[in-house]
Design a protein around this ligand. Structure first.
Ligand SMILES: C[S@@+](CC[C@H](N)C(=O)[O-])C[C@H]1O[C@@H](n2cnc3c(N)ncnc32)[C@H](O)[C@@H]1O
Length: 252
């Protein structure tokens, strides 16, 4: 992540306007019901998923590249009398002394890896930190022609939000354009404050096609156990909004 957008721009707003993908928190809670192993969450951010897992008594280490996002996680965890293990690191290059039974890369954090080199570096790093029978889970969105066509750089309303430091509603709009050659979604969020001030924040995400991920995983030494098309575990098919990959290290 070269642009550090979460760190510099989103951290203070994040929990007020990003709510993840439908069903993601419950999916992880169910998946790890009665799980005894250690879990490493990559791109844990402000702890939207980490904290519910910790509250169930799970052993979760939260890794993120942004100290501001992690500081919010720490603060939120403190309110619940939890003290999570936090790691400030880049998912492409981290080195931890322990190995984990599970690694989860939550809410499309993998899509912040823009080049094939970065994607492979990260996958290899995950593999190095997984126990031989460990599991890696990550979710990404499925590129949808309808949205790609709509990506005409026109503003669309997202939502109105309340921020503790602002009197009145803050309106959020977004606009998207797609670079098909680079498989990048270039997005801008615009925050309009009651007094008239406006701030635009750019966000870039790499989008992936199904078999591209399969090849990446094979190159990095993973085998696919399951691919779901949404967080209620529907089979991945045409029109599925998400790809939820459940993979494990290939044995030599
Ligand atoms: C969409 S947010 C997801 C936050 C959280 N998992 C959630 O579900 O709300 C993506 C997170 O990935 C982090 N991130 C982006 N690039 C990263 C990298 N190279 N290494 C580690 N974390 C990264 C960002 O700082 C941000 O907190």
């Amino acid at each position: 992540m070269k642009d550090k957008i979460y760190h510099n721009k989103f951290a203070g707003f994040y929990d007020y306007f990003q709510h993840g993908v439908k069903g993601d928190v419950n999916f992880y809670l169910n998946y790890f019901k009665n799980f005894k192993g250690k879990i490493l969450e990559i791109g844990a951010g402000t702890g939207r998923i980490t904290i519910p897992l910790l509250k169930k008594g799970l052993d979760v280490t939260a890794l993120d590249i942004s100290s501001r996002m992690l500081a919010i996680l720490k603060e939120e965890a403190k309110k619940e009398r939890l003290s999570p293990k936090l790691v400030l690191a880049d998912m492409r290059t981290f080195h931890l002394k322990q190995k984990f039974e599970a690694i989860i890369v939550t809410f499309r954090a993998f899509q912040h890896l823009y080049s094939v080199d970065d994607q492979l570096k990260a996958l290899k790093c995950f593999k190095k930190h997984l126990k031989p029978n460990g599991i890696l889970i990550f979710d990404i969105y499925t590129p949808n022609l309808k949205y790609i066509q709509k990506g005409d750089w026109q503003w669309h309303k997202d939502q109105d939000i309340n921020l503790p430091s602002v009197k009145g509603k803050v309106r959020i709009d977004y606009r998207n354009r797609y670079d098909m050659a680079r498989q990048m979604m270039n997005q801008e969020y615009r925050f309009s404050y009651p007094g008239g001030r406006k701030e635009a924040v750019p966000l870039r995400m790499r989008f992936f096609f199904r078999f591209e991920i399969k090849h990446l995983l094979r190159l990095a030494g993973f085998k696919v156990k399951n691919l779901y098309g949404d967080f209620s575990k529907s089979k991945f098919k045409s029109g599925s909004p998400e790809m939820i990959w459940i993979v494990s290290p290939e044995r030599k």
